[in-house]
Design a binder for this molecule. Structure first.
Ligand SMILES: Cc1cc2nc3c(=O)[nH]c(=O)nc-3n(C[C@H](O)[C@H](O)[C@H](O)COP(=O)(O)OP(=O)(O)OC[C@H]3O[C@@H](n4cnc5c(N)ncnc54)[C@H](O)[C@@H]3O)c2cc1C
Length: 371
């Protein structure tokens, strides 16, 4: 029976980054991931630059890749009124297909073990974890739960948020567009949601939106929804009319939950979306996933010295809440503003005259570079 220092359940951004960080400190790490790499994921693919120094320290120099370096935000209301601002910190556009694979390859090269299986249960007994998958059981001292926004494991663990249905769906595809500007992320409002557009490392434009199911269900298909609802915003109409779909079909996910979650459950240290998902319009979920990987890795390294599980769990909860709770709160306020037509029109007219206000709002949901 092989025993690991740490088992990480879910090899997305939070899981892969913590695997890489912990393995660089000499810990024996296993990642259990249910899908193979590379793989496209529903995501806006705009990553805040706050993660650059940390990723560089882990050996990933994003600035030397073909990622689109983004410094400007264009925001439009559903009728097409728009404002643009320079982003205080900026970010980069890279597909999840490329970014997750880059991290996976780096982690593998650093000695992290991978099992492509589905974790079905986590049992904590006699101070160790037994992680069950659809194939076998694995054992470890510590477990990180980085299985994303919603997983069958949440049900198994009886987590509070999973008991409630949520009305949000997410849609994404890449498009070929000859005139989409570099260095720009666009966020366009439409009835019941908003759509992000930004370039990726291949030059393709990532088109990704979040929509309320009530608005979505009235149309029979994604194509109809794009045509009849999104296209009422002239910016989205122009984009859809002048670009070509590069995927066979759009990717879709449903039941996206923004409810509060706990950073530690059943002694599992939760990271990334499994600990809390910020509203996508903030463009900060990936940075938070990577940042939480650093927080959890630092606390685990300290545990290796003091061996006090209670202290580990309390310290991690404390630092997680201190770092992210305020951002999540502001994210939910912005989401409410952006989805209320009354507020959006008024808000747009205010920020178009005072762009520094928009910058301030962005700063509330973003962190400082992770050193
Ligand atoms: C519509 C939308 C747009 C977004 N746009 C942006 C954006 O532009 N910028 C931004 O920063 N953030 C954005 N986000 C948020 C961002 O996608 C997430 O915050 C980020 O992916 C979180 O990473 P993670 O590692 O926590 O989860 P994920 O990347 O989802 O990884 C979780 C992994 O766990 C695996 N898994 C799940 N269950 C199991 C199991 N039982 N066993 C084994 N493996 C399992 C999954 O296969 C997956 O690989 C957006 C989100 C949505 C919904």
């Amino acid at each position: 029976m092989k025993h690991f220092d740490v088992i990480i359940i879910g090899g997305g951004l939070a899981g892969l980054t913590s695997a890489l960080d912990l393995s660089q400190s000499g810990l024996e790490v296993l990642v259990i991931e249910k899908e193979n790499y590379p793989k496209h994921k529903v995501c806006g693919e705009y990553v805040s630059n706050e993660v650059l120094p940390y990723l560089k320290r882990l050996g990933l120099d994003i600035l030397s890749t073909k990622a689109d370096l983004i410094h400007r935000l264009v925001l439009s209301s559903k009728t097409g009124d728009s404002v643009d601002v320079e982003l205080p910190l900026g970010g980069f556009g890279m597909s999840r297909y490329a970014l997750d694979t880059l991290l996976y390859e780096k982690a593998k090269a650093n000695g992290v073990s991978f099992k492509f299986e589905t974790a079905t249960d986590v049992v904590f007994e006699n101070e160790q974890f037994r992680i069950k998958t659809n194939e076998q059981d694995y054992y470890s001292d510590l477990a990180i739960g980085s299985f994303g926004k919603r997983s069958a494991l949440d049900k198994k663990l009886n987590r509070d948020f999973i008991q409630q249905k949520t009305p949000w769906v997410g849609i994404k595809a890449h498009y070929q567009s000859d005139d989409f500007p570099e260095g720009e992320v666009q966020l366009h409002n439409f009835d019941g949601g908003y759509c992000g557009l930004s370039k990726t490392e291949t030059g393709a434009v990532n088109f990704c939106y979040l929509a309320h199911y009530d608005s979505f269900k009235k149309e029979a298909s994604i194509e109809n929804f794009n045509q009849n609802i999104l296209s009422r915003n002239p910016h989205l109409k122009s984009f859809l009319d002048n670009s070509n779909l590069l995927f066979d079909k759009h990717l879709a996910i449903s039941q996206i939950s923004f409810q509060n979650k706990k950073p530690v459950e059943n002694h599992i240290l939760m990271a990334g979306d499994a600990a809390g998902l910020i509203h996508p319009l903030c463009g900060n979920g990936m940075a938070m996933a990577i940042h939480s990987a650093k927080l959890v890795s630092d606390k685990i390294k300290a545990f290796k010295t003091h061996q006090d599980r209670k202290q580990l769990e309390a310290n991690y909860s404390l630092i997680w809440n201190k770092t992210f709770r305020k951002r999540l709160h502001f994210g939910s306020i912005f989401q409410r503003i952006l989805l209320q037509p009354k507020f959006t029109t008024l808000g747009m007219s205010i920020v178009s005259k005072t762009p520094f206000l928009l910058k301030k709002m962005i700063q509330q949901t973003h962190g400082q570079p992770i050193l």
